[in-house]
Design a protein around this ligand. Structure first.
Ligand code: ASP
Ligand code: MG
Length: 392
């Protein structure tokens, strides 16, 4: 008998019919004799809808109340799924993040998990119950407030529970067949990759891909937790296995990803203040794609590439701190190739750069990640050409 953690994303449980069909699949795993903990996301786009409601009432709603509101989405799914499984005569119990003992820090909107107690889950499993957990949420350890773990955070819930409960398998069910070599909405020859290392997925999700929550992948890598990323719509497909893969010396590009609407900034400050800026970005669910120290006519500063969307808030924050900010570029696109051995076989670098058909504004290449920042351009065509040049 194995313990499975299964996680179902928003589209997988987007309608009552989807909840019924997911319940049938869960029931069949349970009837094979496995123990199961199922983590769910909010139905469809419900988290966005809840957020919009709050923003209609206030341009700056209190973060505590926003987290309280957003945690409702996952609670709705967990109870509906439990009701559907009950109809199939499966003994279930659903728990919120706080009932599961997911204890976090107090960063509303992007809380970090400090530890997970999991006692109630363990007791329910001992009673042969199938446990359903609301993803994306916890409770702050000191203040006992409801917190959320950052957008897409149900993956993190599932991966962290896999570690805490020492589960045998962690299956992440999605509306796509697995992790692809590029976003299939933009690249016609994108294909599902059967296996991938934690490192590769971690880099892909850091530089743009939303296939799995980046902090979840980071945790999986840290504790060497294998993941199965698979489709809830196409249950015969195996999806992508994330784990250790055999090293090869030949340069390989596994996949490409991208981000758009980026801004390149210079902040005139002593680097001792950098953690203040980075922590602020973290509370906004943001991280820079590039950071360097700079110095101009005796003044030191830091240059960062961040999402353009965070700029107004960051400007405000820096004004309060009386730190000068200059915007060097806006509207940048970053296209990223993730793989291995780029410096061992630099022709791959040459091919990637040639495929852009225009010079980069910034080129940042490590042995396993190549970031090419360009000003404007037709994103789909660029991705199509890059994929053809280095992946196909
Ligand atoms: N419902 C939350 C979101 O949309 C969490 C998740 O989907 O994992 O961000
Ligand atoms: Mg969601």
């Amino acid at each position: 008998m194995s313990l499975y953690i299964q996680k179902y994303g928003g589209t997988s449980v987007g309608t009552l019919d989807r909840i019924k069909s997911v319940a049938a699949h869960i029931a069949s795993t349970y009837r094979q004799g496995h123990s199961l903990v199922v983590v769910v996301s909010a139905m469809g786009q419900q988290t966005d809808e809840l957020l919009e409601m709050a923003l209609k009432l206030s341009t700056n709603p209190p973060q505590r109340e926003v987290d309280m509101l957003l945690s409702v989405g996952e609670r709705m799914t967990m109870s509906l799924l439990s009701i559907a499984l009950n109809e199939l005569k499966i003994p279930t119990v659903s728990f919120t993040g706080s009932q599961s003992g997911i204890l976090t820090d107090n960063t509303f909107g992007n809380a970090r998990i400090n530890r997970i107690l999991g006692d109630r889950i363990r007791r329910a499993l001992e009673d042969n119950k199938l446990v359903i957990v609301a993803g994306f949420q916890g409770m702050s350890e000191q203040e006992k407030e409801i917190t959320t773990l950052g957008r897409g955070g149900s993956d993190l819930t599932a991966i962290a529970l896999t570690h805490t409960l020492k589960a045998d398998r962690c299956q992440i069910y999605k509306d796509v067949d697995g992790v692809c070599s590029a976003d299939p909405r933009f690249v016609s020859h994108a294909r599902v990759l059967p296996a991938m290392s934690w490192d590769t997925l971690s880099n892909l999700t850091w530089y743009g891909s939303g296939v799995v929550h980046n902090r979840g992948v980071h945790l999986a890598k840290k504790f060497q937790i294998p993941l199965e990323i698979r489709s809830s719509f196409n249950l015969e497909t195996h999806g992508t296995m994330i784990g250790s893969v055999k090293p090869v010396e030949k340069a390989i590009v596994h996949a490409i990803t991208h981000r758009k609407d980026l801004a390149w900034l210079r902040i005139d400050m002593d680097s001792s203040k950098i953690s203040e800026i980075l922590s602020y970005l973290y509370t906004q669910g943001e991280h820079p794609l590039f950071v360097q120290q700079c110095s101009e006519s005796g003044k030191t500063g830091v240059e960062l590439v961040v999402s353009g969307g965070v700029l107004p808030k960051l400007e405000h924050r820096l004004q309060d701190l009386k730190i000068p900010l200059s915007v060097l570029h806006t509207g940048l696109i970053c296209v990223t190739a993730v793989g291995d051995g780029f410096w061992q076989e630099p022709t791959v670098i040459e091919k990637a750069l040639a495929s852009l058909q225009k010079p980069t504004v910034l080129f940042d290449c490590k042995n396993n990640v190549m970031n090419m920042f360009i000003q404007g351009g037709h994103m789909e065509e660029i991705l199509e050409r890059l994929h053809k040049a280095v992946v196909e």
